[in-house]
Design a binder for this molecule. Structure first.
Ligand code: BTN
Length: 315
């Protein structure tokens, strides 16, 4: 769909499109009609050609991939308007041999999953759910770091695109003004301490109005729209996420987690503040010192003892 990008920059003649795609001029004309029905506004001027005036706010494989400048992340993208969970489809795609960086994107999930078996709401039209298949050559011990790497990538992508004050709440939540805008779920498949693949699931609240969140999430959830009073093209946000994810993932693989730590701490909410870490039945209360070289959270309790927190929630 490179042609669509070129049509946005200027006129492209029907002959050029037909030569490029190896289809007849009539097929090009018919394709333009189909795109118009999907909400694209395309101007056709005799002897000049076609120009794309506006795109609809839709999600499609073509929209997500148009002009995408990554090497691998999102270059294979499967888009579905409605699925149970993109995590399940990503596992299936992995079993069928899909390449590293494949993204499964959905506009709506009916059984979206969060951490600790919690449900994740992904309403149609306003949210985006994506699961990315990656094949890192790492040990199982290093695997939890990918959640933190993804959090940095998501925080940076959202901050740079929207200029909103984005923060990371350990381990996997993205917040704006103390409310959650995005959640991350990483799942893995390993054999004998050797990682085979990981699936990085990211849910983004993009264009929901505050009243569209269910009652129980009213105080906790937000969207880019609520924070900026502006609608955001979901494909654009996804592209920014793919670019940022590729950058931070490659940094992690090439240089190790220590290279990411500083940026993670720059985005961290509750940094140097008193927090309560709940891991199952155990609760640790202390000041958040940050994360160590391996990405493990460090809390200092009132007696000065430093606790390492590997999993759980912060309150
Ligand atoms: C959390 O906040 O606990 C994590 C939420 C993760 C949601 C994403 S949406 C894409 C992918 N598919 C799912 O079913 N879950 C993840």
């Amino acid at each position: 769909m490179q042609v669509l990008t070129e049509m946005q920059d200027g006129y492209v003649s029907g002959q050029q499109i037909s030569d490029r795609l190896g289809v007849s001029r009539t097929a090009v004309w018919k394709h333009m009609e189909d795109l118009r029905k999907e909400g694209y506004v395309i101007e056709a001027i005799p002897r000049k050609g076609y120009q794309l005036k506006t795109r609809p706010e839709t999600l499609s494989e073509a929209e997500i991939k148009a002009g995408l400048s990554t090497k691998s992340i999102g270059q294979t993208t499967f888009f579905k308007s409605k699925v149970t969970s993109t995590q399940t489809l990503a596992k299936k795609a992995y079993r069928e041999g899909t390449p590293h960086g494949t993204a499964i994107v959905a506009s709506e999930q009916t059984g979206g999953r969060g951490r600790m078996e919690r449900p994740w709401q992904s309403p149609e039209q306003t949210s985006v759910s994506v699961s990315i298949v990656v094949k890192p050559d790492i040990s199982i011990r290093e695997a939890p770091q990918l959640t933190l790497v993804t959090a940095v990538a998501a925080a940076e992508a959202l901050e740079q695109t929207t200029q909103l004050p984005v923060q990371i709440k350990w381990p996997n939540d993205i917040y704006i003004n103390n409310r959650k805008v995005s959640g991350i779920l990483t799942e893995m498949q390993a054999e004998a301490d050797k990682m085979q693949m990981m699936i990085v699931g990211i849910g983004l609240n993009i264009n929901q109005k505050q009243a569209q969140f269910p009652e129980e999430l009213q105080e906790k959830a937000t969207s880019l729209y609520v924070e900026s009073e502006k609608e955001w093209p979901r494909a654009h946000i996804l592209q920014a996420l793919f670019i940022s994810f590729e950058k931070w993932y490659d940094t992690w693989i090439e240089n190790g987690f220590d290279y990411i730590r500083e940026t993670w701490e720059k985005y961290a909410a509750l940094y140097e503040r008193p927090v309560k870490a709940v891991q199952g039945n155990t609760t640790v209360v202390g000041h958040m010192l940050g994360i160590n070289r391996e990405g493990v959270l460090q809390l200092k309790d009132q007696q000065g003892k430093v606790h390492l927190i590997y999993s759980g929630d912060l309150e």
